[in-house]
Design a protein. Structure first.
Length: 232
């Protein structure tokens, strides 16, 4: 881990930097030399902005409409990255693509924005070989994470194992230009990426959480952007 960059990330967060910049710096700090970078040359520096209102106008069966609805329903924004920060980390496409596609993973895999959904996405990234924390950190998160929300432990474990299986079977999502496919039917995108519709339907929703209600004013746990910038 790049401790210096992690400290810089924390200071940027405290100073109110854009969340996309903060998340990118965090993932770059965790894995600044990920071997998967060798497979991401075609999407290096690819982090286009999206307009949620435009996506909401797409057919309801489209990938883009589903993504926009996910953001809107969870009170989230697309994770934009400042041009200067994007240029700075151009040689680390793993960190860039992991950041900007996090919520797209949720949508494609059928995992919601609560804790159980985050565990599903975590399992998926482990299955894809792109989890940012390494084997030890991933094991700790998988083992200890459900203990923080005992009422959701079963959902968390189920979604993790489901996501793990899905990730192993699917094509590498962060290597795909997902943002250019937003106008396509989401079922077609899933099929092209090797994501089984039956697995999507098997994802379990996050349940009610007293802790989340106290911390976030929500019925379930932190929204997806908390997972992107502050969890995993």
């Amino acid at each position: 881990m790049n401790t210096k960059l992690m400290i810089e990330m924390y200071r940027a967060f405290r100073a109110g930097a854009p969340l996309g910049d903060v998340a990118l710096m965090k993932f770059a700090a965790l894995r600044d030399d990920h071997p998967i970078n060798k497979e991401l040359g075609d999407v290096a520096g690819y982090a286009p902005g999206v307009d949620v209102e435009t996506l909401l106008a797409l057919p309801e069966t489209s990938f883009g409409h589903a993504y926009a609805r996910f953001l809107r329903d969870n009170g989230l924004d697309h994770l934009d990255i400042s041009p200067s920060v994007l240029e700075r980390f151009r040689d680390n496409p793993y960190a860039v693509r992991y950041t900007v596609t996090h919520d797209l993973h949720h949508v494609l895999c059928g995992f919601d924005a609560g804790t159980a959904g985050e565990f599903g996405v975590l399992g998926f990234t482990v299955g894809q070989g792109i989890a940012p924390m390494g084997p030890v950190g991933t094991w700790l998160g998988r083992t200890l994470g459900p203990l923080t929300t005992p009422s959701q432990a079963r959902q968390c474990r189920h979604n993790y194992e489901l996501g793990l299986r899905m990730g192993k079977a699917a094509k590498l999502l962060i290597a795909a230009p997902l943002e250019s496919w937003l106008d396509r039917p989401i079922d077609d995108v899933r099929a092209e990426l090797g994501i089984d519709a039956l697995d999507v339907a098997a994802a379990r929703p996050s349940g009610r959480s007293w802790l989340a209600q106290k911390l976030y004013g929500r019925r379930d746990d932190a929204p997806a952007h908390f997972g992107a910038a502050g969890a995993h």
